[in-house]
Design a protein around this ligand. Structure first.
Ligand code: GCU
Length: 420
């Protein structure tokens, strides 16, 4: 333990299981006041809300209430996109100020059909135009983090960034499988840098007033809130089934999809791809990225109260298994990658495992179906028969076709069952 006490941002991260201190996870079934949760009603009406409040006040920060009306504008419509296979639309969501609203642009690909289709909703890192080389997607002009991929200069996307992230977005396959793909550039909601709550949704909805309170929402909460606003729009869409929307995200956007899915029960299915610290990985393990490391590198992601837990994870009133549990009984899929040790694959698996008892209390088949797995699965051997799915694939921190194949199969099972 002495070694841990000296871990600071400048020092090496822990990559050795034997250096993880012993810890006790907060019990899903014991309330803050020490009451024992004995049945599903008590979980849903008491403990679940308490857990969400704790994540809001201690980890991600509290978001404003949903706006009363959904304001949107159709920007473009193309009936024969993807070589005639799909409809492509761009829709602007208008948020906040009436006169000069914040604009977040949805890019939608869907099959030409009269039936409402289920959808995957996911934020993207490089602008909507980065997900597919389709030249008619509007090039996003907002501030971008400079990406390792070519096509981004001085925090601006250039024409050369069209399709830059296409390997992460098998658009044709998603549409052919009968799903709409709805994506939004995450920086439309909140630019990903520490600007002291000035811009993006923070500027539009200035939390608790003149000074920033330790509970005010960080960027992850802002991005998650943006996803809920996109869902407001999808619920009113004549072509997409708002009751069958899966929310998906990679890495910091995987943390975001988990918080969106936990805090907004309208999301029918939740997918975390390599979300790591502050996402699916247990904070108490301190493996790879620790709470101190993430708060130091990305001080704007979480609320200021989260700083209290730098090198002090055992004091957290929650851990990330409770974030997964707060999604129950809705299906959730957690994916890790073998070489993505920074995100602590084992810690991501353990969150799923420790959420399993809640899923079972709520009457689902939990993690692994008949019985929860005793150990992590082998590489590329998904556990996907239950309501919690998990895999660790070979390779690095990324979203690959392999990941999507698992998500599509999992979504088929949960969003397309014939007995609905
Ligand atoms: C960094 C960060 C992670 C995050 C990742 C990403 O590696 O430390 O927490 O998940 O960026 O979003 O790509």
């Amino acid at each position: 333990f002495a070694c841990l006490a000296t871990v600071s941002n400048a020092q090496e991260a822990i990559y050795d299981e034997s250096l993880i201190p012993e810890f006790t996870l907060p019990d899903p079934f014991t309330t803050t006041s020490g009451e024992v949760v004995e049945n599903a009603d008590q979980w849903i009406n008491q403990r679940r809300g308490e857990i969400l409040d704790l994540f809001a006040s201690e980890v991600y920060g509290s978001a404003p209430p949903a706006p009363e009306e959904v304001r949107s504008e159709l920007i473009s419509y193309h009936a024969n996109a993807l070589g005639g296979k799909a409809i492509r639309e761009e829709v602007d969501l208008l948020l906040g100020d009436e006169e000069s609203p914040l604009v977040a642009r949805l890019l939608i690909y869907r099959l030409q059909t009269d039936e409402k289709v289920p959808a995957f909703l996911a934020l993207n890192f490089g602008g909507n135009h980065s997900i597919h080389p389709d030249p008619e997607i509007t090039l996003n002009k907002n501030w971008m983090r400079n990406k390792p991929a070519s096509g981004y200069e001085n925090h601006q996307a250039t024409e050369a960034s069209r399709g830059a992230s296409a390997s992460r977005w098998p658009v044709e396959k998603i549409v052919e499988r009968g799903y709409a793909l709805v994506t939004i550039y995450y920086g439309d909601f909140d630019p990903d840098f520490d600007d002291g709550f000035e811009n993006g949704l923070h500027g539009e909805y200035p939390g608790s007033g003149e000074s920033i309170s330790p509970k005010d929402w960080g960027s992850i909460a802002a991005w998650a809130w943006g996803l809920s606003r996109a869902l407001d729009y999808l619920e009113q869409s004549p072509s997409i089934d708002g009751e069958r929307v899966a929310v998906l995200g990679h890495s910091r956007l995987g943390k975001t999809s988990l918080w969106a899915g936990a805090s907004d029960p309208r999301f029918a299915l939740v997918i975390s791809n390599n979300s790591g610290c502050g996402g699916a990985a247990l904070s108490r393990r301190r493996f790879g990225e620790s709470v101190r490391r993430i708060n130091t590198s990305f001080p704007h992601w979480f609320c200021d109260n989260f700083l209290k837990y730098n090198d002090n994870e055992d004091e957290l009133p929650v851990d990330q298994h409770l974030l997964i549990a707060a999604i129950a009984p809705r299906p959730v899929y957690i994916a890790s990658a073998e070489e993505d040790r920074w995100a602590d694959p084992h810690g991501e698996f353990l969150s799923a495992l420790h959420a399993d008892p809640v899923y079972r209390l709520l009457g689902t088949d939990g993690f692994g179906g008949d019985a929860a797995p005793e150990e992590m699965p082998e590489i590329n051997q998904p556990i996907n028969s239950g309501t919690i799915g998990y895999h660790i694939r070979s390779g690095k921190h990324d979203v690959t076709d392999y990941d999507w194949d698992q998500y599509l199969d999992f979504a088929d099972r949960h969003l397309k069952s014939t007995d609905e």
